[in-house]
Design a protein around this ligand. Structure first.
Ligand code: G4P
Length: 528
């Protein structure tokens, strides 16, 4: 019998945040290779290749079964169990990408050394900020010419507002790349394309004074390295585990994912320093990860392969205790007991039926629409986790029906698809429009396709003058009523019946917030 508490402590559950093309897929593959999940690594690549070939939803549809599998990748490494949660990135970027970050204990930020901090990374980092998620940083593509390392660290510090502690430091870059120096281990790892997979496979020098090192990298590179290190040691923050865990400081690694270079140094440091499962707040109390009774929350719902069966997989992050296949658990939203049969685990290369899972793990539960995002399952005691929000969409479209008689089906379809969480649906107070909001543009094509395929409704999406949404709260009922009247033009009701302000511009939102100081405009909404 495994000990649930020691199993929990071995878990390292994280996600990779990056801008498209920074190297997330390549790095994921390399991490899986280190974990021995080689077959899986191939499928990550081929999935992406298929996705790149077309932005057509039909192709995505075919990929759906696979993407369920690779949504969570579990592998053992160095006595730990690593759970890597995929953050959908290119065409499949959606609100799910943000919500995955509520189910991890830490994140790994990948930055392209030529491009620095990019827009998508900034947004994902904002989401991590909401929970002070600890972040490690990998600066990738060192085999190509990029920007000066010090300049990159400055940019991370100033744009993302997080202190940087370099753990490795590059020796040259692009065609002059010689290796990296590990500041804590006091070791130089030489860059050798086609090698570097493991320590045994790498040339390593201890310290900087070995004449053989100097001969290997050349006098000029050696002197430059010593000068840079003096500067770096003087100017950067010393590594502090507490500040890292508080999300205030990020350890930084340099490397080249495609060449395996610097990846194992990152992974070794990650399993040692990244946090095990943390405690989670519920509406009544905080649940500690070492509690014996099972609890968990659903952060993602995915429609399954066969649309005719409306079968869905709910992804549940386990927060405490042991999940045993077929166990019964309380479903907080309905208050009923539910048997969690045929739950899926995501071990190595295949998804398989799970017997046991521990805090930090993610399991997939089949259901026919009874489970929603944000739902809690718990053993014995009725609990309801908080902090699994909806995020304000950034793109909005008005649904235009081809056949006006199909209004009912359209409403039902939009409501059901928004329950899966990739899109949100709003009904303005002052018109009969149906407005769809998303954070990734392909989601509109996905919804149009699925409405036709699963609900028999043909519908187009046209532009509408909305740039962002805010959920409206006001403790003063009279003020709220006044606001409802005065701002009715821009107010709508979301799928959960909550009042939402649909802002026609950023300036308008700012002015409205200033004009109504008693009203709170929230960029996220907790699931009821
Ligand atoms: P993503 O998931 O973040 O979008 O990035 P992905 O790993 O797909 O990498 C984007 C491109 O960058 C890929 O090239 C990949 O091979 C390349 N890449 C990743 N790591 C490195 C690196 O360390 N050095 C260099 N030079 N390139 C790297 P591609 O041409 O788009 O795809 P492919 O033809 O290589 O598959």
């Amino acid at each position: 019998m495994s000990n649930p508490v020691s199993e929990m402590r071995r878990r390292r559950t994280f996600a990779i945040i990056s801008h498209p093309d920074a190297g997330k897929t390549t790095l994921t593959e390399k991490l899986l290779l280190f974990g021995g999940a080689i077959q899986m690594a191939g499928s990550v690549k081929s999935r992406k290749a298929a996705r790149h070939a077309t932005s057509d939803w039909m192709a995505l549809e075919k990929e759906r079964g696979i993407s369920v599998t690779s949504s969570v990748m579990q592998f053992p490494y160095s006595g730990k169990v690593v759970n890597l949660l995929d953050t959908p990135g290119h065409a499949d970027f959606s609100e799910d990408t943000y919500r995955v970050l509520t189910a991890v204990d830490s994140a790994l930020m990948v930055i392209d050394c030529a491009k620095g901090v990019e827009e998508r990374t900034i947004k994902l980092m904002e989401v991590c900020r909401l929970r002070d998620t600890p972040i490690m940083t990998f600066i990738n593509k060192l085999d190509r010419e990029g920007r000066a390392p010090i300049e990159l660290l400055d940019e991370v510090e100033s744009v993302l507002g997080i202190a940087c502690t370099p753990i490795t430091w590059p020796i040259g870059m692009g065609s002059r790349l010689k290796g990296v120096y590990h500041l804590l281990l006091d070791e130089v790892h030489i860059f050798e394309p086609g090698k570097n997979f493991t320590r045994q496979d790498s040339t390593i020098f201890k310290g900087l004074d070995d004449p053989a090192l100097r001969a290997r990298i050349g006098d000029e590179a050696w002197r430059e390295l010593n000068d840079e290190l003096e500067l770096v040691r003087g100017a950067s923050h010393a590594f502090s585990q507490e500040e890292y865990l508080a999300g205030q400081l990020t350890p930084v690694f340099f490397g080249s994912a495609v060449n395996n270079f610097g990846v194992q140094l990152l992974l070794d440091f990650f399993v040692e320093h990244a946090p095990p499962p943390k405690s989670h707040a519920t509406t009544t109390r905080t649940v500690s990860a070492d509690e014996p009774r099972m609890s968990g929350f659903v952060f993602k719902i995915q429609a399954n392969m066969d649309p005719m069966h409306r079968d869905r997989v709910a992804f549940m992050r386990i927060c405490s205790g042991t999940f045993n296949g077929g166990m019964k658990a309380l479903h907080a939203r309905t208050g009923k007991e539910m048997k969690l049969a045929n739950a899926l685990s995501f071990m190595a290369s295949d998804r398989e039926i799970v017997d046991q899972a521990f805090a930090g793990d993610v399991i997939g539960i089949h259901n026919h629409g009874t489970i929603s995002i944000g739902d809690t399952f718990s053993e014995g005691e009725l609990l309801s986790f908080t902090g699994i929000p909806n995020f304000a969409p950034e793109l909005f479209r008005r649904a235009r029906l081809k056949d006006p008689l199909k209004m009912k089906q359209l409403q039902k379809g939009l409501a059901q698809l928004s329950e899966e969480g990739a899109t949100q649906f709003f009904r303005p107070l002052m018109s009969n429009d149906l407005i769809l909001g998303a954070v990734g543009v392909l989601q509109f094509d996905v919804v149009a396709y699925r409405l036709k395929d699963e609900y028999g409704v043909e519908c187009a999406f046209e532009n509408v003058g909305v740039v962002t949404a805010r959920w409206v709260h006001c403790a003063n009922a009279k003020k709220l009523e006044e606001f409802r009247e005065k701002a009715a033009q821009n107010l709508a009701i979301d799928a959960a019946g909550e009042l939402v302000y649909l802002a026609p511009s950023r300036v308008n939102l700012q002015l409205t917030e200033e004009r109504w100081p008693d009203v709170r405009f929230a960029a996220t909404r907790e699931h009821a």
